[in-house]
Write a protein that binds this ligand. Structure first.
Ligand SMILES: [Mg+2]
Length: 220
């Protein structure tokens, strides 16, 4: 049985973006204020996030692993710096398994670990694991979640199709949404992000499974 596909975002997931910013001089920080990701060479200065290297090695034993990251359009050196960073920290683990794109929703897999919904991450066809969220604040929680079925079964990870995951995820999101409305939406950015994710999942679900009737349950 083939392994499930797992995609890793880089910035603020594998890579400590702030550690690169901290190494810049005062002048450079001033010049690139508000667009620090455009500083030439900044991506070569960054350290790994705590626990990231170990977690990736552990997960790569059970999953088919890929990098799915975005490099700033206005910073061409970022594209090569990112590949060099991957080779420096992971050797050949991700050789020819790196996707740099602004359209993460064009990729299909089982899981994407990403800290933001941007660049198509929230529309990824599979489960988006929101790194840094209350549910997955760090690598321990993410690896526990992804390896849990493995530990429970003592052998292979339970395989589900992307459609099955999508339907399950949508039902969970709808439940969370209805709870959110009952608890009075507070207008925060975080809650707005959850609602946006729900809308996108619902659209995908309708497209993939055509289960419009199921939604009637949530209409009132
Ligand atoms: Mg990121």
């Amino acid at each position: 049985m083939s392994k499930r596909k797992l995609f890793f975002d880089m910035d603020c997931v594998l890579v400590d973006f702030q550690s690169g910013v901290d190494k810049l001089g005062e002048e450079t920080r001033k010049e690139y204020k508000g667009r620090l990701d455009e500083v030439p060479g900044i991506f070569s200065l960054m350290d790994p996030m705590p626990g990231a290297i170990e977690a990736v090695h552990k997960l790569s034993e059970h999953y088919d692993v890929y990098i799915l990251s975005t490099a700033p359009w206005n910073n061409p050196s970022a594209w090569s710096d990112k590949v060099n960073w991957i080779v420096k920290h992971f050797g050949d683990l991700f050789k020819k398994r790196v996707i740099l794109t602004h359209c993460k929703d064009r990729c299909h897999g089982d899981f994407l670990i990403d800290d933001r919904p941007k660049n198509g991450a929230c529309d990824f066809a599979g489960e988006w694991i929101e790194f840094g969220s209350p549910l997955y604040p760090g690598w321990d929680e993410v690896t526990d979640y992804l390896l849990e079925p493995e530990q429970r079964n003592g052998k292979s990870i339970d395989h589900k199709s992307v459609d099955e995951i999508l339907v399950e995820q949508t039902i969970n999101a709808l439940d969370a949404y209805s709870k959110l409305l009952n608890d009075n939406y507070d207008g925060s950015k975080e809650e707005y992000g959850k609602i946006m994710k729900l809308v996108s999942l619902t659209n995908k679900w309708l497209r993939v499974s055509g289960e419009e009737d199921e939604l009637a349950y949530y209409e009132d």
